[in-house]
Every structure is written in structure tokens, then in C-alpha cells.
Design a protein. Structure first.
Lengths: 113, 109
């Protein structure tokens, strides 16, 4: 079985652009998470889906960040418009649900100029 | 304030020695997970814990929910153990994890 896959692995955007990051969870997993990782803030939860339903919509990240789960095997994270402070590694993770291990993808490294 | 606080923030060890990393929680953690982020950036799950202990090779982890802490012990450290170790707590079975800031571990030959 493939683990969590994320594309692209690297993205460079100009300020003001719209970018879409993609994630495919582990097959059969019901819960999906989007995180942002920076050196200063560490790992921050952006969005959380349980069986495709949005459980957590990111609080402070709501205005320009939108995560969607189009089906049980595919999720996107849209950032619109991008700002330089959005430069970070964006990580996707999935779990089978309930109390279980989270499995992480390799991440997308985003640089906004 | 920090809901999940890790210590130390950084640690440098000689190969073959032992170490202990710690996580303190200011939330009612119901489960704890430990991860290693290797130099390539991949987050690898090491342990999933309910209150109690688990052991896997040279690694041993404990979670005490009453005293609100968790530990990760590394025995006979190897060069490949280098990386950043994160603990993360789940609060009241909410499903989402709250991460600590990490312990950066460097193993020297």
C-alpha cells in the first residue's frame, strides 16, 4: 500500500497568486489533516476532516486558506492570495480514525516571493 | 502558553550513549504520539501510546496521563537516530493532535 502522497513537492509562487496543494491519504483512512510547519511556529493544524466532513477549519488561517476533501481519497488545500509569510512546509497526514497513528506525507515546500 | 512542552530543545550525544526526551502537557492528554523528522523532512511515527509504556528495539516510551507527561528513551544511540523528535497529544479524543516544538538530536561519531 502506498503511504500518504503529496504533490507538488516544491512550489514557488509570486505574492498574490493562487496555489493548490494536493494530498492522497492512505487507502482506507477516514481522517485527513493539513498542517503547516515553520521554524518559528512549529507544526500548526490547518484543517481536519473526518469521513470527508470538515471538523476543524483552521481558525486564524480561515481567510485565505481553504481545504476541501472531494472524495475519500483526495484532498486539496488552496491558498488565495498567497503572501510571503505563507512560505513553509505543508504536511498532510491521515489516520484510520478514532484512536490511531497519524501517517504523514513527504510535504510540499512552498516559497512565496 | 505551550500546551505541549518538550525538553530539551536540543541535545548532542556521542554514538553509543543513552538519552531521555520529555514532554509535559498542560492539557488533558488521552493519547500521545512520538515522531522523528529525519534530515529529509519526513515525519516517521515511532509510538502511539495510551497510558503505559511501549518498547521497540532501542526505543522505549512511557505516557503517564495522571502526571501529564511522556518520555522517550533512546538506548545505544546511532548516527541514524539524528533528527528532530516531536511528541503530540490528543485531547479528549478530539482526533486532532497538538504538537510540541521538538527536540533536535545530533549524534556524533
Amino acid at each position: 500500500d502506498a503511504g500518504v502522497t503529496q504533490t507538488p513537492r516544491h512550489e514557488v509562487a509570486e505574492k498574490g497568486q493562487t496555489i493548490i496543494l494536493k494530498c492522497e491519504p492512505v487507502s482506507g483512512h477516514n481522517d485527513l489533516f493539513w498542517y503547516r510547519q515553520t521554524k518559528i511556529q512549529g507544526l500548526e493544524l490547518l484543517s481536519y476532516f473526518r469521513s470527508k466532513s470538515l471538523m476543524e477549519d483552521g481558525g486564524a488561517f480561515k481567510d485565505r486558506f481553504k481545504a476541501e476533501m472531494l472524495n475519500s481519497s483526495f484532498s486539496t488545500l488552496k491558498i488565495q492570495p498567497t503572501e510571503p509569510k505563507d512560505s513553509a512546509v505543508y504536511l498532510c497526514a491521515s489516520t484510520s480514525g478514532g484512536q490511531d497513528t497519524q501517517y504523514f506525507g513527504p510535504g510540499t515546500r512552498l516559497l512565496v516571493l | 502558553g505551550d500546551k505541549v512542552k518538550q525538553s530539551p530543545s536540543a541535545l548532542s550525544l556521542q554514538e553509543g550513549t543513552n538519552s531521555a526526551l520529555r514532554c509535559n502537557f498542560s492539557i488533558a492528554a488521552t493519547t500521545v504520539q512520538w515522531f522523528l523528522q529525519n534530515p529529509r523532512g519526513s515525519l516517521i511515527n515511532l509510538f502511539y501510546l495510551v497510558p503505559g509504556t511501549k518498547e521497540n528495539g532501542r526505543l522505549k516510551s512511557a505516557f503517564d496521563s495522571k502526571e501529564s507527561y511522556s518520555t522517550l528513551h533512546i538506548r545505544d544511540a546511532q548516527l541514524e537516530d539524528s533528527g528532530t523528535y516531536f511528541c503530540a497529544a490528543e485531547n479528549y479524543n478530539q482526533g486532532k493532535l497538538i504538537f510540541g516544538q521538538g527536540t533536535k538530536l545530533s549524534i556524533k561519531p
